[in-house]
Design a protein around this ligand. Sequence first.
Ligand code: HEC
Length: 278
Amino acid sequence: MKKTTVSLAVIGALFAFGSQIAHAAPDWSKVPKRDVQVFHPGVTPIEWVMKKSDHSGRTGLNKGESCVGCHEEKNGLNFEMKRLAGKELEPVGAPKTMNFPVSVQAAYDKDNAYLRLTFKAPAGGANAGDKENDVKVAVMFPNDKVEKAEQVGCWATCHGDARTMPGADDKKTKYTKEGAYELMQWKSAKGAKAVDGSVTDKRNMEGGTAGVKAEGSKAGDTYTVTFTRKLSGPVVEGKSVPFGIAVHADHATGRFHHVSLGYKLGLGADGDIKAVKQ
Ligand code: HEC
């Protein structure tokens, strides 16, 4: 009798151990959270950012300062949201909620990096062009060929002649002038596939090499989205990896997303968000 109990316990322990190896998913309770604000950027493409008469931050950018360095204060943003919602920078219409926090957690092991984003997606959008997806979440990682990759977040892909910009061609997507970004996206529609893509001279929604997996769920009004991707390309151990986040809330398309500035993900290195090794 006693013998059976013991061996069952041993088998149980082995089972638990085995299943832990099978899903090497991080223990998120051991990973700190860092809030990153995402905001409605209006029509402020890289051409606007780098034009001195439009944006006085240009001089600082040319001296090596980052968007975060000038615009983030105590985890909030110092933007004049009224200006970003006004006619000058937003000719079409701004969402009711101009910014909201996304809580970011990161971890990695010998094969993969894991990113977990938790947020409340606001209603009251100004554009509801995506009928299928209530919410989409994207993360992009520039490689080191992108100009000012460490400073400008996703802005090197954001151009005034891309679709949904005023007067632009509806077929033209985001693009880079040099270098590339890896792009991963989760979509809320049932059965939607995770996007493993890139941004080069155009946006590619497939053909990526990061082996992206994405899982999302909604509890009450809170979304939790977890990305798994290979340690490869710009995302490798020992690096401080630049990245940016975009959330399309309330069926938004194109530029009508809330975006983060450019942050750094530290994989065994310095970072605004340090990935925990597990
Ligand atoms: C050296 C500091 C500095 C840097 C770096 C900088 N900015 Fe600015 N930014 C400013 C200042 C000052 C203003 C307000 C006056 C103006 O528009 O020139 C501003 C205004 C803005 C605005 C308009 C909203 C508002 O509050 O007026 C946006 C959007 C913006 N910046 C985005 C960015 C982005 C994106 C980057 C990085 C690609 C960036 N900035 C880098 C200093 C900076």
